[in-house]
Design a protein. Structure first.
Length: 171
């Protein structure tokens, strides 16, 4: 689950709609892994967390009555935090690093103008991100490796308020 907000601008020519939109979303996307490669048992405990995501996308669509059907694509980025804990004595320690991962996103959706200014909609999005170097320093040394956040697929319910514009919504 995640939540956030959006801001954007749409321009309509005949039944065609073109727009630019920016979003920011807070999330609690996390996981962990027990690594046995470097020691006995449950030697290294790795954990990751994605706190928030931002997008800037262009979109294009077709307006029919009060409906808008659209596709979108553009930039996506996430803030990702990795941590490691060495938990098997005699030497224990922990370290962490946070990186911003750039990437891309694509999606498609439907919006419905319920009044002159209020719009509701549903949207599907897919986002993928780059691999970045991490250095997790511990009392045992530094773990250096490359990591990539998981791709994010989302189904989004939207409620939007349209400022200004004509007296009657075109879609």
């Amino acid at each position: 689950m995640f939540g956030g907000g959006q801001v954007g601008y749409n321009w309509q020519a005949s039944n065609y709609v073109f727009g630019l939109e920016g979003t920011i979303s807070a999330m609690d996307n996390r996981g962990s892994l027990l690594n046995t490669v470097f020691g006995l048992g449950l030697d290294d405990q790795f954990s990751w967390r994605t706190n928030w995501m931002a997008t800037i996308t262009g979109r294009t669509g077709i307006a029919l009555n009060n409906n808008l059907f659209y596709v979108k694509g553009g930039y996506a980025g996430v803030n990702s935090h990795l941590a490691v804990s060495d938990v098997v004595p005699p030497v224990v320690g922990s370290g962490s690093d946070t990186q911003w991962h750039n990437g891309w996103t694509v999606g498609a959706g439907w919006e419905y103008g319920i009044t002159q200014n209020w719009i509701v909609g549903l949207e599907y999005d897919y986002a993928a991100f780059e691999t970045r170097p991490y250095q997790l320093g511990t009392t045992l040394g530094v773990y250096s490796f490359d990591a990539k956040p998981r791709d994010i697929q989302s189904a989004v319910a939207r409620v939007s308020y349209k400022f200004g514009g004509p007296l009657v919504a075109k879609y």
